[in-house]
Design a protein around this ligand. Structure first.
Ligand SMILES: [Zn+2]
Length: 437
């Protein structure tokens, strides 16, 4: 089952499984047929689906980012030097002559005694933000922000959320390969083309007009034009009591948005429990991948997503088959294949915020995202080890198998915040996410 479904889902016929494409329809048809054949039941009344309302926004005719008011006027090109997008459902985005403020890591964490926005009014301004959190670069796991392990304050999603709460017009994150955990090529490819967001009642009116990234050497030029040194400011931002810096520069950028709304779908099946059917265990895996990408030299533009995440989706089917074969468990089991993970955990967030089965009756869950292909190993890697009591169930299972659970080797990359278990965990459902060793 693992092999045949992984092969099928990652074949070119599925076009990389982007939400809203013919690849989605094919994926949904395959999953429902396999769930049905396995012998589980539709999980949403008599339907296999939960509609997930999405809005797609694509920036077009993006002007260069211009920065004026310093020792020289500068212009940075869309793609190689900067990327911008908007969460606002507005046909035309225009930020002109907006005062630039460097806000360090852009963190407002009263429980940690840290506020990079203290004493500065950024309403209508353009904030410039460092990626990761102030403890990045420490060796130990001790510190205001968990030492080497990234906290949620280090994620770009948080940076834009906080900038919006502070009333900024634009938020630009300085890309830096180590603390970002990926190169500029990833930023450039994933932030161009249509971007999916959850539909909201106000059309994103409470968000910043522009969210974007700038290359690190672009940031260095901007700081120099302001008479500042980027390296020195990066060091200052790590220290408690850092004060935001008005750069004395003005930023401008404009573009047009192509906006369309659509429903994508989560697929949900259930195997009813025999002694406690009103309590639930959930298995999650995202079925989507990146769809069509920048073409390879041979012209192939399909990002097939075999490992990420045809493997986890195949595992959902394999688990459905195995559980049916084993007989009804005590608790009910939910098999949830979610959409739009690659766009920011949108399908799992929608389910967690609009659960078909109550979250306070969902006792725990297992997320599966990208299984390794390296073959048998004597360990498994837990992403976010220690975040839930489920660790001890895993450890017990592995002991019987002669294997061990180990913590992820690179907690500074923040993988714990980058897959669907997080949508449930942030609302209090114990979740575990582990990978092959
Ligand atoms: Zn994935």
């Amino acid at each position: 089952t693992m092999k045949s479904i992984t092969e099928e889902l990652s074949s070119d016929a599925y076009e990389g499984r982007a939400p809203g494409t013919p690849g989605e329809a094919k994926t949904l048809a395959l999953l429902t047929a396999k769930f049905e054949a396995a012998g589980i039941e539709p999980g949403n009344g008599d339907s296999w689906f939960q509609d997930v309302p999405l809005v797609s926004i694509e920036a077009k005719n993006v002007s260069p980012l211009t920065v004026t008011g310093g020792s020289e006027n500068m212009s940075f090109s869309y793609g190689p030097e900067m990327v911008v997008t908007s969460y606002q459902e507005q046909p035309k985005i225009d930020v002109a002559n907006s005062d630039m403020v460097f806000v360090g890591y852009g963190v407002n964490a009263p429980e940690r005694g840290w506020n990079d926005y203290e004493g500065v009014d950024v309403k209508g301004k353009t904030v410039v933000i460092l990626v990761n959190d102030p403890d990045f670069g420490t060796e130990s796991l001790e510190g205001d922000f968990g030492g080497r392990a990234m906290t949620y304050y280090g994620r770009w999603t948080y940076k834009y959320e906080e900038a919006a709460r502070q009333g900024a017009a634009a938020a630009l994150i300085i890309h830096d390969t180590d603390p970002a955990a990926y190169g500029w090529n990833v930023v450039e490819s994933s932030w161009s083309g249509p971007q999916f967001y959850a539909q909201s009642a106000n059309g994103g009116a409470d968000q910043t007009k522009i969210n974007g990234w700038i290359q690190k050497d672009v940031a260095a030029k901007i700081f120099a034009a302001a008479g500042q040194d980027l390296t020195a400011q990066m060091a200052a931002a790590k220290k408690k009591g850092f004060k935001a810096v008005e750069l004395g520069l003005k930023a401008s950028s404009s573009f047009e948005n192509t906006i369309s709304k659509m429903d994508s779908k989560n697929v949900v099946g259930i195997l009813k429990g025999k002694t406690r059917p009103d309590e639930y265990v959930v298995y999650t895996a995202h079925w989507d991948h990146l769809g069509r990408c920048k073409p390879a030299p041979d012209g192939d533009d399909i990002c097939n997503g075999a490992i990420d995440n045809a493997t986890g989706t195949a595992a959902l089917v394999a688990l459905a088959e195995a559980h049916v074969k084993a007989g009804a468990p005590d608790r009910s089991i939910i098999f949830l294949a979610v959409t739009a993970e690659e766009s920011g955990l949108l399908g799992s967030a929608y389910y967690a915020q609009n659960p078909i089965y109550p979250l306070n009756k969902t006792v725990g869950g297992v997320n599966m995202d990208a299984f390794g292909m390296a073959g048998p190993a004597n360990n498994v890697i837990v992403v976010g080890k220690g975040k839930s009591g489920l660790d001890r169930y895993l450890e017990a299972a592995l002991t019987g198998d002669g294997r061990v659970a180990e913590a992820e080797p690179t907690p500074e990359k923040g993988y714990y915040y980058r897959s669907d278990h997080f949508s449930f965990a942030k609302l209090g459902v114990p979740m575990i996410y582990f990978e092959g060793g």
